[in-house]
Design a protein. Sequence first.
Length: 228
Amino acid sequence: MVLHRQISRRDVLRAVLVSGAALAVPSLALAEQCRETPRQDEGPFYLNGFDRTRPVVHNNDLTVVPGATGKPDGEIIQVTGRVTDEECRPVKGAMVEIWQANARGRYTHVADPNPAPKDPNFLGFGEATTDADGKYSFKTIKPGAYPVPGGWVRPPHIHFKVYGGFFNMMVTQMYFAGEKYNRDDILLSSISKAERQRLIVEPMRPAGSSTENLYVFNVALKPFRARS
């Protein structure tokens, strides 16, 4: 069982924003967090193959589908964070795309072979643009685990694609702490323990909210470097 602590709005801002002093003289731990985010596979279910019979809405709330009257199945969550460069400076105007399975482990993508049912009240894809502090936010649901060929199970995760400005495109995945399939996941096992710790996120509960957990996931981008 995961215990949730109550946090205030100030706690959320502190978790998401880096102070001016820290930006000027980053500590070793902060400098490590601002190193380029560990990369993960894009997977086969990116937006390009989504079900075109459904409206493709480009916004940061995946729980609202045009024309739908119900709410999506599963636990509604908030996902927020900052996009920075490797010097911990915020990246303004970066595009942050996410896509994920629904609460039963099924993607909206037409090629998903999972027999689990689709959720007509869940978009499955969203995008947001970072503000002047590099901050983005999404409202979505916690995705379900799902089986893949080879006899293993992918743990709940959210795919991220982040790009903009003079930075290399980042493709990675955010995972949820305490999930039993994290340990044996092939993609997670392909990176170091320190890198896994950067991709696995603990939940928090914003003060005054009894329904939505908050997950803070920061992304650091590496700038383009011209070939000599």
